[in-house]
Write a protein that binds this ligand. Structure first.
Ligand code: DQA
Length: 144
């Protein structure tokens, strides 16, 4: 089982950006957390982060026929990107949406998720743990 974990813009700034919202741990810490989790679950994983919408769209397209599942935190593109939504729909790879913060209790513009419309499940407000939950959910789904 092969999973692609995609993180969108500014996730590479974890630990520096708004630590009261996103925590004090860095993107490297997040990568280590996901690697450890995937190793424990015997899941093959590739990690990808980009600040560019088109690059994320291309990465999703290239996942077709290669990955069994996608975990995606599209970050700010969650709330704006129909292109990422369409790419997820195009490849039809089961995808789980993750947000570090509880977007449902934040600003009104964060209440809409386009990417979420193409995802089988969303975890928000659990910090790093949301990625683990997403991986476990995909594992269960793909093994069913
Ligand atoms: C985020 C929430 C988004 O609204 C925000 O733009 C981000 C991170 C989260 O993980 O909580 O960059 O996706």
């Amino acid at each position: 089982m092969k999973i692609l974990v995609i993180n969108g813009p500014n996730i590479n700034m974890l630990g520096i950006r708004e630590p009261d919202v996103y925590g004090k741990n860095s993107y490297q810490d997040l990568k280590n957390f996901i690697w450890d989790c995937c190793q424990a679950e015997q899941v093959e994983v590739e990690l990808y982060q980009s600040n560019h919408e088109g690059d994320i769209v291309s990465k999703i397209q290239k996942a077709y026929g290669v990955f069994d599942g996608i975990v995606i935190n599209p970050a700010a593109y969650t709330h704006t990107s129909i292109a990422i939504l369409d790419a997820l729909k195009a490849v039809s790879i089961p995808a789980v949406e993750v947000h570090l913060s509880d977007v449902s209790s934040r600003e009104p513009f964060r209440q809409i998720s386009y990417a979420g419309l193409a995802c089988v499940k969303t975890y928000a407000g659990l910090g790093f743990e949301g990625y683990r939950q997403a991986i476990l959910y995909l594992k269960q789904l793909l093994n069913a």
